[in-house]
Design a protein around this ligand. Structure first.
Ligand code: NAD
Length: 319
């Protein structure tokens, strides 16, 4: 019961799937109906498995893939970002890579909004000071989001979901995305902008691009010079997009009024000068850490992984 029709049990259960970063029960249930599933926190014995499921922690390098082939046929990423998987090597070695790109869009957009509001009203600072027994009402003056310009770098799924929510709060959204057709920006509720123009005009700047050689360090010393003085910067996309040393300088000089990071070049970052800066709001990569997003990611990746093993058409193949 529960097994898709036409698939002989003996053959189906000959698949072996390894999970190294955990998976929500919904996904495990789907996988266990059709395969032997093992959970461990490293890649020992990967060469004896047909498929691997990871989140962001496990690094799937070229060496890992070549030593696990030919039995390893599919790698599934229960989430969006695939920068921990060597896609070029997977393509070369013939290992299929699939992800679950729709699962976390709403959660990350909502978390970005939470960080923007935290920055605007200095909520973490207010909370910390009250716990110390202080009453700093006069100093804790914030700004409204309404009427402000939000610059969105990368107007994809999360960037567009953020725009819809920001517009509802009365923000004006402009966006930079070189891969998007001009008409598509307005359909996503965003006015198209050049990169330099966006940096100079925005009160809040939020990054929603993948980490690639092209986007690595895209907000560095030169860009901080171009950012409108007093602006606030948010990054819930990937560590490495924002140069952290230049960000610290921009906070120290007062050029930036504040910044919020959910992602870091090295995770966990430890108690660095950046993380401890009073005008930085920091969260430990929890953008997709909601019950709904984790459940959706597990469900979607389990179905996609089984489709890949069964040679069926794929919705979210990335290599
Ligand atoms: P997406 O592919 O839908 O959108 C990315 C957009 O970036 C695309 O429209 C693309 O054209 C654009 N882009 C690519 N290169 C660009 C460049 N150089 N300049 C401007 N735009 C560029 O992806 P998504 O689902 O919206 O995810 C966006 C980011 O969020 C990814 O980095 C992903 O890893 C990250 N993410 C973070 C978390 C978290 O837990 N914090 C969770 C999920 C996703």
């Amino acid at each position: 019961m529960g097994r898709p029709s036409g698939l002989p049990t003996r053959w189906a259960l000959s698949w072996r799937i390894l999970i190294t970063d955990g998976l929500e029960e919904d996904g495990l249930t789907i996988l266990r109906r059709r395969a032997d599933v093992a959970e461990q926190d490293d890649l020992t014995g990967l060469e004896h498995f047909d498929a691997l499921v990871v989140r962001g922690r496990t690094r799937v390098t070229s060496g890992v893939l070549s030593s696990a082939a030919p039995r390893l046929k599919v790698v599934g990423r229960a989430g969006v970002g695939v920068d921990n998987i060597d896609l070029e090597a997977a393509g070369r070695i013939g290992v299929i890579v699939v992800n679950a790109p729709l699962a976390s869009t709403t959660s990350v957009a909502e978390h970005t909004l939470a960080l923007m509001l935290s920055l605007a009203r200095r909520i973490p600072d207010a909370d910390r000071s009250l716990r110390r027994g202080e009453w700093r009402k006069a100093e804790l003056e914030g700004v409204e989001l309404s009427g402000r310009t939000l610059g969105i770098i990368g107007v994809g799924r999360i960037g567009s979901a953020l725009a819809a929510r920001a517009r509802a709060l009365g923000m004006h959204c402009i966006g930079f995305d070189p891969h998007l057709a001009p008409g598509e920006f307005r359909r996503r509720g965003v006015d198209p902008s050049g990169f330099a123009e966006l940096l100079g005009l925005s009160d809040f700047i939020s990054l929603h691009v993948p980490l690639t050689p092209e986007t690595q360090g895209m907000i560095g010393p030169r860009e901080f010079e171009m950012i409108r003085p007093g602006a606030r910067l948010i990054c819930t996309a990937r560590g490495g997009l924002v140069d952290e040393a230049s960000l610290l300088s921009a906070l120290e000089s007062g050029r930036l009024a504040g910044a919020a990071l959910d992602v870091f070049a090295h995770e966990p970052p430890g108690p660095t000068s950046l993380v401890s800066h009073p005008n930085l709001v920091a969260t430990p990569h929890i953008g997709a850490q909601t019950i709904e997003a984790q459940r959706r990611a597990a469900h979607d990746i389990a179905e996609e992984l089984l489709a890949a093993l069964g040679g069926q058409p794929l919705r979210w193949r990335v290599a």
